[in-house]
Ligand binder design. Sequence first.
Ligand code: PLP
Length: 410
Amino acid sequence: MSAKSNHNHSNNKWQPATQVIHAGANHDDPHGALSSPLYQTSTFAFSSSEQGSRRFAGEEEGYIYSRLGNPTTNELEQRMAELEGYEAAAAAATGMGAIAATTMAFVKAGDHIIVSDAIYGCSFALFSELFERFGVHADFIDLTDTELLASSIKDNTRLVFLETPANPHLKTVDIDAVHAVIKDKDIRLIVDNTFMTPLLQQPKQHGADIVVHSATKFLNGHGDVVAGIVCGSAEDIATIKGTTLKDMGATMSPHDAWLILRGLKTLDVRMQRHCENANKVYEFLTQRSDVKTIYFPGAPDHNAQKLMGHQMKANGAVIAFELDGDEAMARYFLDQLRMIKLAVSLGDAETLIQHPASMTHSPYTPEARAKAGISDTLIRIAVGLEAADDIIADIEQALDACKAQWQQSA
Ligand SMILES: *Cc1c(COP(=O)(O)O)cnc(C)c1O
């Protein structure tokens, strides 16, 4: 790399608002381009056969083939590693690609894993169905119960996987408390930090060995990419990159990495607005008598409260609530919305709303849904970046339309 442009100017004292723009910036562009060049290439030509063999033998740094590494993807990996406070990161094709590549890199047939009972639907399917087929058994437990955790650990337990806050009730887990139970054992602690981002929560500070993300959500933030990231020690990331990512191939495209680098620059300002807007929407919902229960880390009775300021810096931007009615009312409400988009996902500029019972959690049996507390009137809103008043006005007119409709039919 040339002396002129190669300063990896990373500075550990930078605040996150600066890190999202400058951390790990190592691109080496001869023209001094401000925006990172997009290396949209599948492969890299060697200057000689000698060089090609040295690269394959690991005797010389340098790129070989984009599934194994790419400068644009690498820049994103370095930025994310610094943001989460780890040595290294690996970019994956999707959040599920990151979760599967990470967990499969550290288990083999006969192993046991412990997973939080509040978990993303596809993570649940991965661990409960696919892992089972390959002889890895998962126990799904309430990780807020550390005694239960301690008694669930077996000699062959290899990892604990959790998500906090988790879908759809924003259930939170005290990462320090989980870490305290497993820290002397050969068990990796993996945390899905998608809902918070490193700006609102850094699981590493609470003992997580590895952090995974769906970069599809807040990190990219613009609803135009599906991607994942995993951050960890140099050794763990090398294992993931050298085995499951390399050989199963769920690696990120350079173009997606480029878009996420672009999105990351505004992560700090976006998170501030997301959180401000969500707090306002929450306040509005608390004033409605037709909204029965609200699940939000900012609610005074939510289990996130004891982690606030310590593990979590803010409430995030996802709220779930139940209407005082039945499924027909929930559906009627959703169909009245004019600006808010009826879509799954979160972390986008657009406010998105969905009906977990018939959408994200529809694969559950009605009994499993009831056990998980996912009622037919539960609605999840991922608050976007529009003017808070406009988001609230849209919800208000839809709630009012519901009220009118139900009064009429009563
Ligand atoms: C969306 C999501 C995932 C899966 O990510 P994809 O990018 O859709 O594969 C995993 N965990 C959480 C918490 C998510 O919200």
